[in-house]
Design a protein around this ligand. Structure first.
Ligand code: ADP
Length: 404
């Protein structure tokens, strides 16, 4: 479901649960105190209060039905990790009875220790999210989002994402199989086109030109298939990270070296600025090099002739940050959130028809996230772009990296 819709339903559910708790707490003694104070108007006040309570109770029931209909679980916990209240759906998702949840600790309500980690994370930092697997025959996957409140308690919202994750797995496997099937014939066609191009000296210019085009286009296809295979390997976690101590400043120099011919051909200058001594990060040097190469390749590709691309490397006590700045066409605001999606390609007219597969940034994002890092872009149309990523010094949390 759309996260905004989940948030809206969760907010309604939270309000309903709060009201339900409030209604239970007030009970008949609250009403009689009101009656005593109201003197001669007691009867009227009682009637009004009863009406308001009846309306509120009906609303609570309505919202409860809505939330259960949408299938969102809502739980409220205290700062010592005790459940105060939970709706029917939360109990069903956790394979428990609703009446059995209040009063129990978070550790008791789920066998998956990640629930406790998410709640502790939210209590410490304000918000946290993660996924759990419930140990039943269906083994459902639950997405849990937790948010701390000013009172010190926290709300948890639970959503069943089993089907979504299954479909994502099928999509990845499908693309993977297709790419594997395509790779061998495409590589053969590409090699044949290359050979033909070498032998095209005696052919009429138009034929030679067509052969050259076949060579270029099959080259693109081979590159796309190889990138797809890389991406699905990284996404599925089957490409375990080969960890070592990586010097990102040296990696920046090496990447500049790898792209020097390409940059020269495009008339673009590349500069590396390292801010002091850069500490080593624990990571996969080859994969991080690939992520940086993709960012730098784009920066050069989109730069005007005579332009300059600056790679900056700096560190604090937690992470090393690498940014790549260019003075190319920039990225329209509406595209900023989409550029890291697989197959996203910008408007050809705006980018002067520069070709690409739309996979480079998606690969970079997966590599950086597999290291427990983050990646971002700052750009304004017409003012160039700054792509950046940060990698924690400590390296990836291997327990959280699938297949690693
Ligand atoms: P591509 O192979 O198309 O470059 P990417 O995933 O690397 O695929 O980039 C996706 C899209 O993001 C590009 O098509 C382009 O529109 C935009 N983009 C990426 N880097 C830059 C940049 N430095 N300047 C302007 N646009 C960029």
């Amino acid at each position: 479901m759309d996260p905004a819709a989940v948030a809206a339903v969760a907010a309604l559910a939270a309000a309903a649960l709060l009201l339900a708790v409030g209604l239970q707490r007030r009970g008949p003694s609250g009403l009689s105190a009101e009656r005593a104070r109201a003197g001669t108007d007691a009867a009227q006040a009682t009637a009004r209060a009863a009406e308001a309570e009846a309306r509120a109770a009906a609303w609570v029931q309505d919202v409860g039905v809505l939330v259960d209909l949408v299938g969102i679980g809502v739980i409220r916990v205290t700062d010592d990790l005790t459940v105060i209240s939970a709706n029917e759906t939360a109990a069903r998702l956790l394979a428990r009875r609703a009446a059995g949840l209040p009063g129990r600790s978070v550790m008791e309500v789920s066998t998956d220790h990640r629930l406790e980690e998410i709640v502790r994370g939210a209590l410490q930092t304000g918000a946290a999210a993660g996924e759990l697997t419930i140990r039943t025959t269906e083994a459902p996957t639950l997405l849990v989002r937790a948010r701390r409140l000013s009172s010190g308690d926290a709300w948890l919202v639970l959503e069943d994402v089993t089907e979504l994750r299954r479909l994502q797995r099928i999509r990845t496997e499908f693309i993977d199989n297709l790419a594997h099937e395509l790779r061998t014939p495409l590589t053969t066609v590409s090699l044949l086109a290359e050979t033909l191009a070498l032998e095209a000296g005696n052919l009429p210019p138009r034929t030679a030109d067509r052969i050259a085009k076949i060579e270029v286009e099959t080259g693109h296809l081979v590159q796309m298939v190889n990138e797809l295979l890389d991406l699905s390997k990284i996404e599925s976690g089957s490409a375990a990270l080969l960890l070592s101590d990586v010097d990102l400043a040296r990696l920046a120099d090496a990447t500049v070296e790898r792209l020097s011919l390409f940059a020269e051909r495009n008339g673009v200058r590349m500069v590396v600025e390292a801010d002091g001594a850069i500490p080593l990060v624990r990571g996969d040097g080859e994969r991080l090099g690939q992520a940086l190469l993709n960012l730098l390749h784009n920066a050069v590709k989109f730069s005007p002739a005579g332009g300059e691309v600056v790679i900056r490397v700096r560190a604090d006590e937690h992470e090393v940050v690498v940014t790549v700045q260019d003075h190319g066409p920039g990225i329209p605001r509406a595209a900023l959130t989409r550029v890291f999606e697989r197959f996203y390609k910008g408007d050809r007219a705006r980018t002067r028809g520069v070709g690409g597969t739309g996979l480079g940034l998606s690969i970079a994002r997966h590599v950086v996230e597999a290291h427990g890092g983050r990646i971002w872009v700052d750009s304004e149309e017409g003012s160039g772009s700054i792509f950046g990523f940060a990698v924690p010094l400590a390296g990836p949390d291997l327990a959280a990296t699938p297949g690693a």
